[in-house]
Design a protein around this ligand. Structure first.
Ligand code: NAD
Ligand code: ZN
Length: 344
């Protein structure tokens, strides 16, 4: 093996591109993976576009935080995993010691401002070194298909889990933005709750897909969204609304269509705002902004995927096509998660 590899990096703010870097060696408790697939997430678009001084990271780093692959080499102290085992990477770099980790909320670990693919080297390279405790063996699940589950699948699962106690027979749950994350949110709701699911999408071609994934109704975003959503949801409102877009319009539609004692999750980083005022939201309805997922939630998602009941939508790209794949994601023309194959 040569001792350098090509990596797709944020070389400087607003300057992504390929660079030659050292192939990392696994240290104590670490494992080196041969990366099989890397899902591209809409939050990467922020990393690609934001100027210096906004995010608390230092450049350069290798992009790509949805990572799965096969064990290539193990460091000292790792004795329960073997070369060629298929594994998924939990991208957040949790410490295991802080008060959040000890509460089981490792997605809010004091370290998780940064993780693999955001501030630390991610998966867009032939190899990556990861602490053993951030790896989940996936058995016979194809690592190329598992990659998008490690954020799109797991972050949407975290949001859905939070609203499950609100959903009972007769409930309605709304999912706004049925792309990478939202497509899984629809499926988790179908698999785990009795709710009728209403999907909202701005791309017409995604409406039938939303129905195939489990929505009972799918409506086109755009003018009069809040009113049109009310016509479908009904005057009682939705017991859960998950917004994977986060513009002024979607946030307002979410808040105005949530039921008394319902729940609104604002997951999308569209930088919109919505006024909260007495009379503007149903009584006792909570609004939350979640971030990421716990490693336990990722383990659940991988188990659900191994049942074979989860539709994993992907569009595959060779490594050289990484910039083109990001372009497609930014334009909003993908019909599934873009998964880059670093060895193709
Ligand atoms: P995506 O591009 O795959 O999906 C977004 C979907 O929303 C697309 O299908 C798009 O057509 C649709 N859409 C766009 N504008 C819309 C509108 N006004 N109304 C309805 N639908 C609309 O993106 P993704 O990777 O699924 O990410 C979704 C959002 O979640 C992004 O803002 C991303 O930054 C954010 N995100 C948050 C976290 C977190 O932990 N909070 C983690 C990952 C991603
Ligand atoms: Zn911690």
């Amino acid at each position: 093996m040569t001792d350098t590899m090509r990596a797709y990096r944020l070389r400087d703010w607003q300057d992504p591109g390929f660079d030659e870097v050292a192939i990392p060696e696994p240290g104590y408790g670490e494992v080196r993976l041969r990366v099989a697939g890397v899902g591209l997430c809409h939050s990467d678009v922020l990393f690609l576009e934001l100027p210096a001084g906004i995010l608390p990271y230092e450049v350069p780093w290798t992009l790509g935080h949805e990572i799965a692959g096969r064990v290539d080499a193990v460091g000292p102290g790792v004795d329960d995993i073997e070369p060629d085992d298929a594994v998924a990477v939990s991208c957040m770099s949790t410490c295991g010691k802080c008060k959040w980790c000890q509460r089981g909320a490792d997605n809010y670990c004091v370290n998780t401002g940064r993780g693999r693919g955001f501030g630390l080297d991610g998966g867009l390279s032939s190899h990556i070194v990861v602490a053993r405790r951030h790896l989940l063996p996936i058995g016979d699940l194809d690592p190329v298909r598992a990659a998008p589950l490690t954020d799109a699948g797991a972050t949407s699962y975290h949001a859905v889990r939070r609203v499950l106690p609100k959903l009972r027979p007769g409930s309605t749950a709304v999912v706004i933005g049925v792309g990478g994350l939202g497509g899984y949110a629809v499926q988790w709701l179908r698999m785990l709750s009795p709710a009728r699911i209403v999907a909202v999408e701005s791309r017409e071609e995604r409406l039938p897909v939303a129905m195939q994934l489990g929505a009972a109704d799918a409506i086109l975003a755009g003018e009069g969204l809040s009113r049109r959503l009310k016509e479908v949801v009904g005057d009682d409102g939705a017991d859960a609304v998950l917004d994977f877009v986060g513009t002024d319009q979607t946030m307002n539609a979410a808040i105005r269509n949530a039921a008394t004692m319902g729940s609104v999750g604002l997951v999308g980083q569209g930088f919109g705002t919505a006024p909260l005022k007495y009379g503007g939201i149903a009584f006792d309805c909570d609004v939350f902004i979640p971030q990421g997922y716990t490693i336990a939630e990722l383990a659940d998602v991988l188990r659900l995927a191994r049942t074979g009941d989860v539709v994993i939508e992907t569009e595959l790209f060779d490594f050289d096509q990484t910039p083109a794949a990001y372009q497609r994601l930014t334009e909003g023309t993908l019909q599934g998660r873009a998964v880059v194959l670093p060895h193709a």
